[in-house]
Design a protein. Structure first.
Length: 144
């Protein structure tokens, strides 16, 4: 139902984890996700713990779905001395090419407990349907 747009994205994600690099708007980090079909809709779940709902941006243009998020540092008092900082900060993004069989006009989004869940209905034209079989008499020709 969807296609990865960048085959080297996973290598970039691993390199960022090893170097501790944070994502920027021009070079965002990848965000982990699950994608599966559930009944008559396609579900995509993105892990975004610590991201404020207002820092999420979801766009769809034709069949290209883009999800961006920014995890900002938590404001600390002046007398706080950081001992350890492992939680990645910065910009995260994911682009997915959606199949023509999905109804991109009716995408819904929910954000709960750090998980962004998108639900995309399967388009009516993509659902199986029965085709009636006619006879030759059903196809009359007009002669003139």
């Amino acid at each position: 139902m969807l296609m990865r747009t960048d085959p080297f994205r996973e290598l970039d994600r691993l390199a960022q984890q090893l170097t501790g690099a944070t994502g920027t708007w021009s070079r965002p980090s990848a965000m982990p996700m699950d994608a599966y079909r559930e009944g008559e809709e396609y579900v995509i779940a993105f892990d975004l713990p610590g991201v404020d709902k207002d820092a999420l941006d979801i766009d769809v243009e034709r069949n290209m779905l883009t999800v961006k998020a920014e995890r900002r540092p938590v404001t600390k008092a002046d007398d706080v001395q950081m001992e350890l900082s492992e939680r990645p900060l910065g910009v995260f993004s994911r682009q997915l090419v959606l199949a023509d069989t999905l109804d991109t006009e009716r995408i819904t989004a929910d954000y709960e407990a750090g998980v962004l869940t998108l639900r995309i209905p399967i388009a009516e034209r993509a659902k199986p349907r029965k085709i009636a079989i006619g006879t030759n008499s059903d196809h009359k020709q007009i002669s003139g």
